[in-house]
Design a protein around this ligand. Structure first.
Ligand code: GDP
Length: 434
């Protein structure tokens, strides 16, 4: 998760901004007590980007002179942050201490967002241009006390986030796992996959008490399968408890781009299946529903369709997930699974060009005009993709309150129809155009 640090002289308004970001514009997920007593961390979120926010202002180092303290704060930020918000007081201009810190930040390779605070009214906004001379690009006028300009500043901040979540592996590898209640056939399916003819199992690594990662290659694509089966050795009784399956599922989901939700065709859908599937959905992962033990059901030409309808009715929120019917035992249709995983993973990481996206949005607006709520009409200006895994889109509007759920759903469907997003959820947010 990216770390964002706020750096600046005392009294430029760092903690006001910190509290405001945490309290209002970004939703705080959880407070984490700082590693040191006076460092202030919070988990924050802006436009589907989650990050940790640090206020370095809390770091006070004894009776050190101001400049030394500021240097140390800047060092902490440079060491720990992915993006640094350098805040100055627009009413006081650039002081010697500001310049000193600016030099340090400038030498670091970290992206710096320059925030000019205490720009409380619009007339003052023009004054910020003199701060271009600091060399950090566009200065962002903000007002902590009035809560102005924070959205633009945060857009810039998240724009500097690393695109891919850092994992100790290259981006080409697809991480997947299998989840499902006990005895749906998870272990059997893992074994079947690893023994598939066209699959090369290159090595087994990272064997821990909880999970075994296995690397496999098929058709030139590398996959890592996380198998939490290692956790089961604690005995049948414990294994069948619900808590156990939940832990196991969450652990697997956490490491995966694509999650296979296994169902048992023989026993049918149970309450526990729905809970487990819900976790994968909520985590925003790509999902494939696998109906295992298809060999064990008596079937005619309608059986598959009927089962599919049942799955759709029980897992409505997973309407984007393809359903694969197979048998780990007879290996029937097993060969379709890895290609399905690959497609879902590609869609999960897909980027849509802004111009193409906006063509689709404009078409959608033409087909189905925006709603009017209490005499006020929703205006949609444009849309932009702001994240992948899952693909997330910000729709810039006159007033987000006017974006009715059903209209949002309509736009989502249009985006889905225009681009192939099979296997992945997508997210849409209405945002006020500043
Ligand atoms: P897990 O608890 O989800 O890992 O499930 P297992 O892989 O241990 O399988 C549970 C039981 O289902 C075992 O007795 C397997 O032999 C059986 N099983 C697994 N896959 C299939 C399948 O495709 N068809 C049939 N008929 N039985 C299967």
């Amino acid at each position: 998760k990216p770390v964002v640090a706020i750096v600046g002289r005392p009294n430029v308004g760092k903690s006001t901004i910190f509290n405001r970001l945490v309290g209002e514009r970004i939703s705080i997920v959880e407070d984490i007590p700082g590693v040191t007593r006076d460092r202030i961390y919070a988990q924050a979120e802006w436009l589907a980007h989650q990050f940790d926010l640090i206020d370095t202002g809390g770091i006070e180092i004894g009776d050190e002179p101001l400049l030394n303290q500021m240097r140390q704060q800047a060092e902490v930020a440079i060491d720990e942050a992915d993006v640094i918000i350098f805040m100055i007081n627009g009413r006081e201009g650039v002081t010697a201490a500001d310049e000193e810190v600016a030099k340090m930040l400038f030498k670091s390779s970290k992206p710096i967002v320059l925030a000019v605070n205490k720009m409380d009214n619009p007339e003052m906004r023009n004054e910020v241009y003199e701060y271009y001379s600091l060399g950090f690009g566009e200065p962002f006028p903000i007002s902590g006390s009035h809560g102005l300009g924070l959205g633009d500043m945060l857009d810039e901040v998240v724009g500097h986030f690393p695109v891919f979540e850092t994992r100790d592996d290259d981006e080409e590898t697809i991480y997947f796992s299998l989840i499902g209640r006990p005895n749906v056939g998870k272990s059997s399916l893992v074994n079947a996959l690893l023994n598939e003819e066209r699959v090369i199992v290159s090595d087994i690594e990272g064997t821990t008490r909880d999970a075994i990662d296995t690397r496999l290659i098929r058709d030139g694509q590398e996959y890592v399968i996380t198998d939490t089966a290692g956790m089961r050795k604690r005995g049948k009784v414990y294994e069948t408890t619900e808590k156990y399956s939940v832990m196991r599922a969450l652990k697997a989901i956490d490491r995966s781009d694509v999650v296979l939700v296994l169902l048992d065709a023989e026993t049918g859908i149970r309450e526990q299946d729905k809970k487990i599937a819900g976790y994968a959905h909520e985590a925003g992962r790509a999902v494939i529903i696998v109906v295992n033990k298809w060999d064990a059901v008596e079937r005619d030409e309608k059986t598959m369709k009927e089962f599919e309808e049942k799955v759709r009715a029980h897992f409505q929120y997973l309407d984007y997930a393809p359903i694969v019917f197979l048998s780990a035992k007879t290996k029937k249709r097993l060969h379709t699974l890895l290609p399905a995983i690959r497609t879902a993973s590609e869609n999960h990481a897909k980027r849509i060009q802004t111009s193409v996206l906006n063509d689709v949005i404009m078409d959608a607006l033409a087909v189905n005009p925006t709603p009017t709520v209490k005499g006020k009409r929703l205006k949609v200006f444009y849309a932009a993709q702001v994240a992948i895994k899952p693909p997330s889109f910000a729709v810039f509007v006159n007033d987000p309150e006017l974006m009715h759920f059903s209209y949002q759903r309509f736009l989502e469907n249009r985006i889905r129809e225009a681009f192939s997003f099979t296997g992945t959820p997508i997210k849409i947010f209405a945002r006020k155009r500043q």
